[in-house]
Design a protein around this ligand. Structure first.
Ligand SMILES: Nc1nc2c(ncn2[C@@H]2O[C@H](COP(=O)(O)OP(=O)(O)OP(=O)(O)O)[C@@H](O)[C@H]2O)c(=O)[nH]1
Ligand SMILES: [Mg+2]
Length: 387
């Protein structure tokens, strides 16, 4: 499966760049990465996007949009065709899906992505998925309004920490922007994969301090889903293809969250030699079973990109992968039942990914059509309060 990744705005571009960096296979699942921003300095700071695929558009100056989503939307509508022309030059026609990454609290990203996704849907047959971060409380809740007497994270301004950490302005409109952008994506995006910054930042940590770590964690999960549909599953029980991914993501703008568990395993040094030999490796069955059980449990019950009750999922997909000798069939069948039990009546899919050169067993859990989600309700309430 080949994915065209488009980052829009500061967060979106950094996440797109991190996805490129996380691509684990030589047979890359990332067909092309594009970065679109109104902020030229932010574009210039990206690590893993080639120059011709970085594109600045819209008003000049850092705060041309001044946090105003209406202006962001206007800018997005005005420039959507122009951005798609930039994509056309990079030939994403071969892509099986398009992934648009965005920080949903932002003005550039939140304003551009809804009209951009609408234009992409008109121009390409491939499904268009949005990967959106949800704003953290520290961005918009004043420091002295912490909940129920608990000490609250300080706002995102100030350079009281590491002087090398870039400052980030407070974003009082972040929840309203996020809620508004999500509503506008309804009926446009095939699905919206969410990542909750509030859950992934450490206590007291500012976006600028924690974002690179968060982006790596998110990129690992995105890669685990989409690279799975790109791998050689020869010898494995059941592979995964783009249709499986399409089935679990759906096409009706469902909210999607991803869980992930990984365990390093001894591959007898085969990763330094030819991958060929790792399939000859003998692994004690109890070790293989225990590895699959552990990563599955962590994938299901560990931290999700967006927290929700497991029973809140309408569909679920379990991907188990690793060196072939570690992929115990019975353990994988049991893992699938563990997921079925956890999600109640949700429809579940399963697949196996053989990674002859890998040195870890992993489980990726995709939960789709999740509702209700507490964090989304919190952001809606915060948006109402600021209205
Ligand atoms: N996970 C993650 N979230 C980020 C990152 N940068 C910003 N955010 C989040 O994304 C939201 C939008 O920020 P940006 O992407 O910088 O905003 P933008 O789209 O460039 O819009 P403007 O700068 O306001 O024009 C913020 O409210 C943060 O919640 C990042 O690198 N990683
Ligand atoms: Mg910006």
């Amino acid at each position: 499966m080949q994915l065209a990744v488009i980052g829009v705005g500061g967060a979106g571009c950094r996440i797109a760049s991190a996805i490129r960096a996380a691509d684990p296979t030589t047979d890359s699942f990332v067909e092309a990465v594009f970065a679109f921003d109104t902020d030229g300095d932010a574009l210039a700071a990206l690590d893993d996007v080639s120059d011709p695929h970085r594109y600045r558009y819209g008003p000049d100056g850092d705060d041309g949009l001044e946090g105003d989503l209406e202006r962001g939307l206007e800018c997005g509508r005005e420039h959507a065709d122009e951005l798609v022309e930039v994509l056309d030059r990079g030939a994403p026609a071969a892509a099986d899906a398009i992934l648009v990454a965005v920080g949903l609290g932002g003005t550039t990203g939140g304003g551009t992505v809804p009209p951009l996704v609408a234009t992409l849907q008109r121009r390409y047959d491939a499904p268009v998925y949005v990967l959106g971060t949800l704003p953290a409380d520290g961005e918009f809740v004043p420091a002295d309004v912490g909940s129920a007497g608990t000490e609250h994270r300080s706002p995102t301004t100030g350079s009281d920490g590491d002087p090398d950490t870039p400052e980030t302005p407070p974003r009082p409109r972040a929840p309203a922007n996020a809620v508004d952008a999500l509503e506008r994506l309804d009926g446009r995006a095939d699905a919206v994969v969410c990542f909750d910054n509030e859950r992934w930042l450490r206590t007291g940590e500012r976006i600028a301090e924690g974002r690179d770590r968060c982006n790596r964690e998110l990129a690992t999960r995105v890669a685990a889903v989409f690279a799975a549909a790109n791998s050689n599953s020869e010898g494995a029980e059941r592979g995964i293809d783009a249709d499986d991914i399409g089935r679990v993501m759906g096409s009706t703008t469902d909210i999607v969250t991803i869980g992930y568990g990984e365990q390093a395993v001894d591959t007898g040094g085969s990763r330094f030699g030819l991958g060929l030999f790792s399939s000859d490796q003998t692994v004690e069955r109890t070790s293989a079973v225990s590895a699959v059980e552990t990563v599955t449990r962590n994938g299901i019950h560990g931290k999700l990109t967006l927290e929700c009750e497991r029973e809140a999922a309408g569909r679920a997909h379990l991907i188990v992968g690793g060196p072939p000798a570690w992929l115990d069939r019975q353990a994988i069948a049991d893992a699938r039942r563990t997921l079925e039990d956890a999600v109640g009546g949700a429809r579940t899919l399963g697949g196996t990914v053989s990674r002859p050169d890998g040195d870890a067993v992993f489980a990726t859990v995709v939960l789709a059509d999740v509702a209700p989600v507490d964090r989304l309700e919190e952001l809606r309430a915060a948006a109402d309060r600021s209205a």
